[in-house]
Design a protein around this ligand. Structure first.
Ligand code: SAM
Length: 199
């Protein structure tokens, strides 16, 4: 990952959401992107040229655009019409972003459009985040990686975030997924955790 001092950046054509430019690079703000936060508080998975990524919960393409600066192709799944409009604009200027309007909990909807990927990245605020991730692991190449951004409050608002975190790890491990790293994303995102796995 490219850093200038301790600032995470990506190399891409022009700004996408009014982000700062630094020495010709786009500053990747950890307060706006959980993936940027992960690279600052933990290790994550390096984004490299040639990598294919399936991105669930693309929203308006803020983080997608940075990922696309590093990798070969990003299949970006989003189900809400409003953010999809912005995502389409990002895809118009970045030909390696393939926008897909679909429900990430129904991978059969987009299976014909997606090839096997090196990285599955998920950032959907849903109660069944682990189940959605597991259903989409079918797209991973052997040895491919999953980064699950867990919004604990969306799983169950009545439970402690730490309990949700533990339960989610248990679900993934029971399904045979190898967890490489798990970390909270504070101070950038409260009650959010990142779980990095290998299939
Ligand atoms: N990853 C984005 C970023 O860093 O720029 C932010 C994602 S936002 C927290 C979560 C997004 O997931 C929302 O845009 C929401 O519409 C989308 N989403 C939630 N559930 C989904 C589902 N089942 N399928 C597809 N998109 C979903």
């Amino acid at each position: 990952m490219i850093r200038i001092g301790n600032i995470l950046v990506s190399k891409g054509e022009g700004g996408v959401y009014g982000e700062r430019m630094l020495e010709g690079y786009r500053v990747w703000d950890p307060y706006r992107s959980k993936l940027a936060a992960l690279y600052l508080v933990g290790t994550g998975i390096d984004l490299i040229p040639g990598m294919k990524v399936l991105y669930l919960g693309a929203a308006n393409g803020t983080t997608v655009s940075h990922v696309a600066d590093y990798v070969e192709v990003v299949y970006a799944v989003e189900f809400a019409p409003r953010p999809m409009q912005d995502l389409l604009e990002v895809a118009r200027r970045r030909t390696n972003v393939i926008p897909i309007m679909a429900d990430a909990s129904r991978p059969e909807q987009y299976a014909p459009l997606v090839e096997a990927v090196d990285l599955l990245y998920q950032d959907v605020a849903q109660p069944d985040q682990a189940a959605i991730a597991l259903a989409n692991c079918a797209f991973l190449k052997p040895g491919g990686h999953l980064i699950l951004m867990l919004k604990t409050r969306s799983v169950d608002i009545r439970k402690e975030p730490a309990e949700i975190f533990r339960d989610t790890l248990d679900i993934l491990i029971s399904a045979g997924i190898t967890v490489r790293e798990s970390t909270w994303l504070a101070p950038y995102h409260q009650d959010h955790a990142a779980i990095v796995c290998t299939r």
